[in-house]
Design a protein. Structure first.
Ligand SMILES: [Zn+2]
Ligand SMILES: [Zn+2]
Length: 259
């Protein structure tokens, strides 16, 4: 069995075809999915999915790419994450690729999420793009990692260097690979995926984006995470069952869910 550790099935293109999405998951032995919140106005919908479907979990947080959106404070994140199906804080982090200019607000937002994670013990779901140095720095400064009494978390849709992966793993973080790792031009990332121990690895779709090979360019969905798992198994020369079992265990351990 596989778990999609990061998807956005509340986005309209996926929310409109949930029955199909759940049957595809069943067909591909994808047993659970974590529906990740990207802004506060979407949170009620994200939570509703987690309440409606036993195998869907959810998070609370505001994505670094959302500029003109209500800004949560620590108390609000703490309060909303008290629900038993809210298992993580995010997605949060830094993105200097999509946005330019003075991004101090982005760093402040990230700090708020880390503080909420420390306060609740719920792990962080971290997005980082063209900002790995500051991301790691803020994680250290705010004590995000289990090494500093934080809840740790996951570096989602990982596309950075092995150095960045190692810095995150030293803080107790997991590394999550998406369909990007299956792309032909992702040789460097594939090298990173060979070096990250299975015990620290999660898999995800980040659907509706980034469908894995052989579906590249099509709409992604949680059921396709099995293709990421199969690719990582082939890459590491281990049976796919081993990747499935280990990434599933990692997911339940990180998000403190008793499987
Ligand atoms: Zn992301
Ligand atoms: Zn995402």
């Amino acid at each position: 069995m596989f778990i999609d550790s990061h998807c956005h099935i509340n986005f309209p293109e996926l929310a409109a075809r949930l029955p199909e999405i759940f049957s595809k998951m069943a067909e591909n032995r994808v047993t659970h999915a974590l529906c990740v919140c990207v802004d506060m106005p979407d949170f009620p919908q994200v939570l509703a999915l987690a309440e409606q479907y036993p195998n869907v979990y959810a998070s609370v947080g505001v994505h670094p790419d959302y500029e003109d959106t209500p800004e949560p404070d620590v108390d609000e994140l703490v309060r909303l994450s008290e629900h038993p199906k809210i298992v993580g804080i995010g997605e949060t982090g830094l993105d200097y690729y999509r946005l330019e200019g003075d991004l101090e607000w982005q760093r402040n937002r990230f700090r708020t999420h880390i503080r909420a994670s420390r306060a609740t013990g719920k792990p962080l779901i971290i997005h980082t793009r063209s900002a790995s140095e500051d991301t790691i720095r803020l994680m250290r400064e705010e004590g995000a990692g289990t090494d500093a009494g934080g809840a740790g978390g996951v570096m989602h849709c990982f596309t950075e260097s092995l150095q960045v992966a190692e810095a995150a793993m030293e803080m107790g973080f997991y590394i999550s690979f998406s369909g990007i790792v299956t792309f032909k031009n992702a040789k460097d990332l594939q090298e990173v995926a060979r070096a990250v121990p299975l015990e620290r690895m999660l898999i995800e779709t980040d659907s509706p984006y980034l469908a894995p090979v052989p579906y590249r360019g099509k709409m992604n969905e949680p059921g396709l995470v099995s293709h990421v798992g199969q690719f990582l198994a082939d890459l590491n020369g281990v049976p796919v069952e081993e990747v499935a079992r280990q990434t599933t265990e990692n997911f339940f351990r990180l998000f403190k869910i008793s499987g």
